[in-house]
Design a protein around this ligand. Structure first.
Ligand SMILES: NC(=O)c1ccc[n+]([C@@H]2O[C@H](COP(=O)([O-])OP(=O)(O)OC[C@H]3O[C@@H](n4cnc5c(N)ncnc54)[C@H](O)[C@@H]3O)[C@@H](O)[C@H]2O)c1
Length: 460
């Protein structure tokens, strides 16, 4: 991928309708990206089916959800969950009676981790055991799913799995330094990648965030062939991250959060979509903007590129509703601060000589540096301190808007996807939000004008 290919037009759903099937491949968390896509599937009247990663017993064995967990998960999802554990990654797998990779990491200390070596043949055995466990469970899941999908029903597979951080004390301490540490607490992300510990973590990220998409496409091939033979269509989507185009100095420019250690796995995820696309399978990775979720909260400063979405809302024809978003965000700041103050801080960061080398698409994902981490994390803390309440942030408000817009865009774009890897930049996100909210709040006369222009607009 030499340059980001952006979704530019607001697409329209022309495939998915009542009775079609939406399969969420990952669990649902309250504020995660998947909530937006699921909302669209529900609005279209689709049957919703989910999976579970399962839960760990005290002895680390993996089990299905118990009755209470299952009923809670199904009511959150609004659909049936196939209760066969699909936890990915090999951090807790090992030959019976032998230590797991996480056990091996437990012996590492802050003093010695950089020179500690792992037995890669043994790690490979654990990886193969985990892959076997995952793919066997996936075969069972697919058999159940097959029986739930009638001929003639279109199917939308939405992959959301990402993760793979092993629960090892030493890594949690290092992650705190890499993603949250400044000054003397700063740590080089490259030092992690150069160590055996780092190499293990990258492999596990590949397993969870990328290979699971390949397995999903492979193991659903019988369903895909049957559904397509019955005249219906199948789509696959996954959430990628590979930087985002945001408004910087009045133009949309690509930038990224640094250090995004999972970036290698995200590029591998893209390669699965590219491979599938070449085989005639409609699989698309949508590279989405930085937002705050359960999974991204570890990255201090990831929210900084999100705040200029407010500028994009204005630029992309924002009216009364966009103005209301500015007011709602400004109300979250403590007396004496305005949104312009927060945006000015981000502008200063973006224009800094320290940051400019990091906005190099071809060099992504770059390792962090002391100066870059100090500036990113420091700016994040300063903007957080401008808020009245550290638990009600502008980035929370804007994250929810991005989840809404990306759900609409991905759902609709998947009717006629235009490529295997697409970026959802702030321009199209802002256009999508302004269009839906103008419709929701504008008087009937304008809505009639809208209707005459439906060829350029979307059906939501
Ligand atoms: N938050 C962001 O800024 C951002 C930006 C771009 C893309 N994304 C992507 O969006 C997707 C959803 O993430 P989110 O940020 O909404 O967070 P989230 O926490 O809501 O979702 C994470 C998902 O990963 C699954 N998962 C975690 N560990 C797993 C494991 N070991 N095996 C199988 N599944 C596992 C969870 O079940 C869940 O479905 C991810 O692919 C993420 O990389 C996030």
């Amino acid at each position: 991928m030499k340059e980001p290919i952006a979704l530019q037009e607001i697409p329209r759903n022309s495939v998915f309708r009542e009775g079609d099937v939406f399969v969420l491949f990952g669990e649902l968390f309250g504020r995660g990206y998947a909530t937006g896509l699921l909302e669209e599937a529900r609005n279209a009247g689709m049957q919703i089916i989910g999976i579970t990663v399962g839960r760990r017993n005290d002895d680390n064995t993996l089990r299905p959800l118990n009755a209470d967990e299952l009923s809670e998960a199904e009511s959150r999802l609004g659909g049936k969950i196939i209760n066969i554990p699909l936890m990915a990654g090999f951090d807790l797998d090992a030959p019976a009676g032998h230590p797991t990779p996480t056990d091996l990491l437990a012996g590492m200390t802050l003093a010695g981790w950089e020179s500690d070596r792992l037995d890669w043949d043994y790690i490979e055995k654990c990886r193969q055991i985990a892959t076997m466990r995952f793919t066997q469970a996936l075969s069972e899941v697919m058999a159940v799913l097959d029986s739930m999908i009638g001929d003639g029903r279109n199917v939308f597979f939405a992959h959301t799995m990402a993760g793979g951080i092993p629960k090892a004390k030493v890594f949690l301490a290092l992650a705190n330094r890499i993603y949250k540490g400044t000054a003397t607490r700063h740590m080089s992300s490259q030092a992690l990648l150069d160590s055996d510990l780092g190499k293990l973590i990258l492999q596990n990220f590949d397993e969870v965030s990328a290979n699971t998409f390949g397995h999903l496409i492979d193991f659903s091939s019988a369903i895909r062939q049957r559904v397509e033979a019955s005249g219906a269509q199948v789509r696959y989507t996954a959430y990628g991250y590979h930087g985002t185009g945001i408004l910087i100095d009045s133009e949309y420019r690509w930038q990224t959060y640094t250090n995004y250690t999972q970036g290698y796995a995200k590029m591998r995820l893209e390669s699965f979509a590219e491979k599938a696309w070449k085989a005639g399978i409609k699989a698309t990775v949508y590279n989405c903007p930085e937002i705050r979720t359960n999974s991204s909260d570890v990255f201090t400063g990831i929210e900084l590129p999100l705040i200029p979405l407010l500028l994009a809302l204005k630029k992309e024809g924002g009216g009364e509703w966009a103005e209301q978003q500015w007011q709602a965000c400004e109300a979250l700041l403590t007396d004496g601060y305005t949104l312009d103050d927060a945006i000015a801080k981000i502008r200063t960061l973006q224009a800094s000589d320290v940051m400019i080398p990091f906005y190099d698409f071809m060099a992504w994902p770059m390792p962090n540096s002391q100066a870059q981490a100090d500036l990113t994390i420091g700016t994040s803390h300063e903007i957080t301190k401008m808020h009245r309440d550290g638990k009600a942030l502008i980035s929370d408000h804007l994250s929810a808007l991005v989840v809404e817009a990306t759900g609409q865009l991905i759902f609709a774009a998947s009717s006629a996807p235009i490529g295997p890897v697409l970026w959802l930049n702030h321009d199209v996100v802002a256009k999508r939000l302004n269009t839906s909210h103008a419709r929701a709040t504008t008087p009937t006369t304008i809505r009639q004008d809208d209707r005459q222009n439906t060829s350029q607009l979307e059906v939501v």
